[in-house]
Design a protein around this ligand. Structure first.
Ligand SMILES: NC(=O)c1ccc[n+]([C@@H]2O[C@H](COP(=O)([O-])OP(=O)(O)OC[C@H]3O[C@@H](n4cnc5c(N)ncnc54)[C@H](O)[C@@H]3O)[C@@H](O)[C@H]2O)c1
Ligand SMILES: O=C(O)C(=O)C[C@@H](O)[C@H](O)[C@H](O)COP(=O)(O)O
Ligand SMILES: [Zn+2]
Length: 368
């Protein structure tokens, strides 16, 4: 039942293993990477309560010692203070240059632990053990690591590829339904950006994905395959990798506007952002007019938000949201760039999108 997607980057090739029961086999998977039988685990308190003991038991079977630091759960943990805490803990644990850091958790822990590993002693290796749908389909692969700044999302970080990814799909059974749905926002992103047949398949399989092991495996594997394919050609986001940012220019601004709180989860912001990107594409005459309704129908079918009014509490106005978008890493020479759609399954990076169109799109969306 385990699938392996290779990520053969020159000099730092690694495998992404996907399937149930991988945590129970973690000792055997990790042991060949170790110089001495020791890994340092970074996780969050919620994940630790469910999965730290089984992971440690599996590592223990191979004689691997595994001290752990459990941080508070949630997006608020992706910040300077937690990076400092993690790095100081790793140093106090005596983690050496040839040791391994293991990230056990969702995208928050993966991004933070990966960044801590990137800067610790100028770079130690790390393994991703993603435990959310979002982390299994997206954040554990491709080497983007980092934290948020008070100026915006993921503004401080490093490209640092993991040495191995163990995506145990069995861990998703303890995930809260809302977190599962949010992770699905990144899954549908893959269909929209580059695989119309996958999107069409998701329209059928998406609503029942959680209870369907083979379909879940296919969704994770296809997403990882697509991501690996893009990252291999453009690791540092000089071009094509920006397509993985579909929905994120809007989504990240909404996350900033809601204070990185549980008013809006990252995957929910991405889902809303994909819908807004589809609408912007249609407004600019680049995408057939009926396509955004198809995206909205699918979001609704899987229980993801389709309107900004689904976000609890007040949102700033359209000009303030546009200002938040200016921190986007795709900005060049002060100009926003958007990932737009030509068709469902075909994204591209658009330069010179008239800001007036973006403002009026946001005004309409805020009024819905
Ligand atoms: N580096 C990348 O390429 C990349 C890609 C996509 C997203 N991200 C980042 O990922 C983050 C979002 O990740 P996320 O959605 O996984 O959020 P998360 O890490 O906050 O996890 C969501 C919640 O689920 C809980 N949880 C995790 N695994 C669990 C399990 N198996 N059982 C029960 N509870 C569990 C966590 O404690 C948390 O409360 C954002 O910061 C986003 O920017 C990074
Ligand atoms: O891997 C990538 O590249 C992505 O863009 C994946 C995104 O889902 C992810 O949220 C990423 O962290 C966004 O990167 P950012 O540089 O736009 O903050
Ligand atoms: Zn994302």
């Amino acid at each position: 039942m385990t699938r392996t997607v290779p990520v053969p980057l020159p000099g730092r090739a690694y495998d992404v293993r996907i399937g149930p029961g991988l945590i129970a086999r973690a000792g055997g998977e990790v042991a060949p990477l170790l110089g001495r039988p020791r890994v340092a685990i970074l996780t969050d308190e919620t994940v630790a309560a469910h999965w730290l003991a089984p992971l440690r038991a599996a590592l223990g079977e191979e004689g691997i010692e595994a001290p752990a630091l459990a941080l508070p759960p949630g997006e608020g943990t992706k910040r300077w203070a937690m990076l400092e805490r993690s790095v100081e803990w790793l140093l106090a644990e005596g983690v050496e240059r040839d040791d391994l850091v293991l990230a056990l958790g969702g995208g928050v822990i993966g991004d933070l632990a990966g960044f801590a590993a990137a800067v610790l002693r100028r770079g130690v290796r790390f393994v991703q053990v993603p435990t959310t749908l979002l982390a299994q389909v997206d954040s554990s692969v491709g080497g983007k690591t980092g934290i948020n700044s008070s100026q915006g999302k993921n503004l401080v970080g490093a490209f640092h590829q993991p040495s191995l990814v163990l995506a145990d799909t069995g861990t998703l059974r303890t995930l809260a339904p809302r977190d599962f749905r949010a992770g699905y926002g990144e899954v549908l992103k893959y269909g929209l950006l580059g695989d119309a047949a996958f999107f069409e398949w998701l329209e059928g399989a998406g609503p029942g994905l959680r209870g369907d092991g083979p379909a879940l495996l296919r969704a994770v594997e296809r997403s990882v395959e697509m991501k690996a394919h893009i990252v291999l050609r453009d690791e540092r986001e000089a071009g094509e990798r920006a397509l993985l940012n579909l929905g994120h220019t809007f989504g990240h601004a909404l996350e900033a506007a809601t204070g990185y709180s549980d008013r809006l989860l990252h995957g929910e912001g991405v889902a809303l952002g994909c819908l807004l990107a589809a609408r912007l594409s249609a407004r600019l005459g680049l995408l057939p007019q009926e396509a955004p309704s198809r995206v909205a129908a699918h979001l609704g079918a899987v229980g993801l938000p389709t309107r900004l009014s689904a976000i609890p509490g007040a949102l700033p106005g359209a000009p303030a949201l546009l200002e938040l978008m200016r921190q986007d890493k795709k900005v060049r020479a002060g100009r926003l760039r958007f990932v737009l759609l030509r068709a469902i399954g075909e994204a591209f990076v658009a330069e010179n999108v008239p800001e007036g169109e973006v403002l009026s799109l946001l005004e309409d969306a805020l009024a819905e």
